[in-house]
Design a protein around this ligand. Sequence first.
Ligand SMILES: Nc1nc2c(c(=O)[nH]1)N[C@H]1C(S)=C(S)[C@@H](COP(=O)(O)OP(=O)(O)OC[C@H]3O[C@@H](n4cnc5c(=O)[nH]c(N)nc54)[C@H](O)[C@@H]3O)O[C@H]1N2
Ligand SMILES: Nc1nc2c(c(=O)[nH]1)N[C@H]1C(S)=C(S)[C@@H](COP(=O)(O)OP(=O)(O)OC[C@H]3O[C@@H](n4cnc5c(=O)[nH]c(N)nc54)[C@H](O)[C@@H]3O)O[C@H]1N2
Ligand SMILES: [Mo]
Length: 770
Amino acid sequence: MRNGRLLTIDGNPADPNSQGSVCAKGVAGPSVLYDPNRLLYPLKRAGRRGEGRWLRISWEEAYTEIADRLRAIRESGRPEEFAFQQGRNRSTDIVRRFLNAFGTPSAFNHRALCSLNRRAAILATIGDSDWDLGDFENTRYVLNFGCNWAEAHQGHIPVAIRMMRARERNHAKIVTFDARLSNTAAVSDEWFCVKPGTDGLIALAMSNVICSERLWNKAWFDTWTNYSADEYAAHVRPYTPEMAEAESGVPAEAIRRVAREFAAAAPRCTTICNRGSHAHRNGFYNDRAITVLNALVGNMGHVGGWCWHPLSAWDTQALPEPGPIPPKPTARSLIAEAKDWPLANAWEGKQMRVGEIVYRWIKERRQPISALMTYNCDQAWAWPEAGLVREVLSDEELVPFHVCIDVMVSETGNLADIVLPWTTYLERWDIDSRPPQGLVDYVGLRQPVVDPLGESKDLREIFPELARRIGGGMERYFPWRTQEEYFEEYFRTVPGGFARMRANGVWQDPAKAPNYVPYERVLTAGELKGSQTDEKTGIISKGGESVGVRIGGVARRGFSTPSRKVEVHSRFIVDKGAEADRTISPLPIYEPIPGQRERLAEGKLIMISFKWNVHNAHRTLQSKWLQEISHTNPAWLNSATAARLGVEEGDWIEVTGYRPMDEHVPGGDGSPLGTLRTRVHVTEGVHPSVIAIAHNAGRTTGGPVASNGRDRTSLPGHPPSRDKDRERVWWEGSLSVAQNDIMPIYPDPVSGQQAYHDTIVSVRKVTGTG
Ligand SMILES: Nc1nc2c(c(=O)[nH]1)N[C@H]1C(S)=C(S)[C@@H](COP(=O)(O)OP(=O)(O)OC[C@H]3O[C@@H](n4cnc5c(=O)[nH]c(N)nc54)[C@H](O)[C@@H]3O)O[C@H]1N2
Ligand SMILES: Nc1nc2c(c(=O)[nH]1)N[C@H]1C(S)=C(S)[C@@H](COP(=O)(O)OP(=O)(O)OC[C@H]3O[C@@H](n4cnc5c(=O)[nH]c(N)nc54)[C@H](O)[C@@H]3O)O[C@H]1N2
Ligand SMILES: [Mo]
């Protein structure tokens, strides 16, 4: 800081995850904070929705109007008609408190747009967590299926630094499967270019090699999974490396060799996967197959192996939420329950929703919505069929009242009735911690480094005020006079309390050990008291709940699955499927994407998407520092494909997206969805059946920096910008396309995960410019 102004940002060395490292997006924080297009005052729509005409209003006016609207809904006895739409955020405690106090279950999130399949696959298999945390720091071999950890991944820098240490210190080998030469593939020892949607098949073929060559850890598999290694060997026998080669394009010999290397490094080897493997129509099974590959070599929970932690954030038992806790809503929400997708909400406490169907279902009037509040989410831009989202948000009958809380005018905010200016993460408080990469949980405090600019406010101020004004008992759940008071109470069990948190920013209990082989833990006499053991299965239960499993006469904790073992075979998912009339395979299988082969044969391509290292989805596109580095997203085409289409570097093309041809998908009739015009980047670094378009470009709002000069509006009542850089947007007019306008809503029928990388498109050369 200098003279009260933030100049730059460093990492906190006390943070056990980042250990003091930040990425480009972190360093660029000041350019987000001082973005001249930031929202600083509440705005009310003046013209039609989406017309872009606004009136500056006072917080008093905003609060009054919102509270009156919400109070009427609450008092009508249909609290579910107030829906809340959130994206990735660190304020979940206060959001949950407000929605529960209000009594609405209509809490929509972005899970299915993001990581649902990976979570569901892990939950089905080990039960203990929905998040794998490979022990990269200590590993010798990493098998990466479609994760771009050097640029993206939810583990961000904490994963990347450990990967690089593994290479330098342990001479770890990193093998990456990606449909495109990502920067992760570039820093790997080997890159295999896969046809999209085939990672699960490659994992099954590797399993086949490991079984048939007996490279497995048979003793571990037979002890700790609910299926025998011999049975699994029989199950994977049809998935030969030759079959995997024919489907994926990865040579059978390479599949054999990598499988052998992976098994030889066990237990200090691990897989990592992400949206590349799971954001597919068959993604649940892909990630199941990848997860079970770890069980085959017996690396689960071991040093340098495939690990996890039961807590993906702070320890809520050691740090209980302060104050009076509102009860869970009793009202029901058809849209939130999304019962057509049996695994979305199958696990207690891991409600995942199916975000991509929300606006389609509102349009179909499956459930009336009287008021919508959007927060930290830009579904009108970042979600599939973004045009449909915009259509629904524009319709005052379908969405009679829309309040958007954001730091800048987004495509979503543009379609609101009231926009509330939110503080950036540099001006607000949050309790925060991430899945612990070091396998020991911790808690962090985000604290303001500067006073909120303009009249921007955080949710932690907005919600208590709204609760008081809505009244009817809601207010009693918000007894704190200041945010400091709330956190004072939150951190009372931390030695040194809030003062220590303010000084260090983070706390980790030194008595806690890394979560290695948690399943082996021997149950204490106290834990066993009053328990029963099932003779046949060895499952130990107490008061109707399973608490452990007897292995060779010893009572151990096991896994938190119904069998207390790794569920290679899952009856649970079969039963869940049956409830929704869906057939789910109990074992990992390979399911080709319906219709894909036929449409590729017609010359069509598969459109995939990816993220750049210097941008975070939508929320960094107004950073002038980051936009200067990356502001465009031409379509990557393999040189052979480009030759076939008769296009060269820089040529213009028209890309038409089609809906899936899939009876299990809403609207799955194969019809064209929309067309965009873009330019071509010809490269060897992409699969010949693929067209790859980066996610991080294509804004039409947010000012000249974010929109490459398309949006030059100034916000009413906002001070004119004194930032001269606004006139130096040298990338003005650069190509930037919104890919999601031609991407269909495509939920995996099993889980609801949006299939981001299965869009069928046709490509046509056009002359002239876009
Ligand atoms: N084509 C394509 N689409 C994708 C993806 C993809 O890879 N390809 N990825 C998907 C995934 S994984 C996800 S999780 C979703 C994410 O989609 P969203 O959850 O909608 O996330 P963002 O696009 O980041 O939008 C979040 C909003 O938060 C605001 N915001 C919040 N905090 C801050 C802050 O402190 N500073 C700034 N500047 N803005 C803030 C931004 O203005 C923005 O309007 O998108 C999905 N959409
Ligand atoms: N810099 C940056 N970091 C981020 C984010 C961001 O926006 N920017 N967003 C955060 C969020 S919300 C998320 S969910 C994570 C996502 O983190 P990742 O999942 O690691 O990243 P993505 O770019 O979504 O997709 C990963 C890769 O999948 C590849 N791919 C596509 N189809 C296939 C396939 O069938 N097989 C294989 N093997 N590869 C395929 C793409 O080319 C891409 O390189 O990143 C987080 N971190
Ligand atoms: Mo995500």
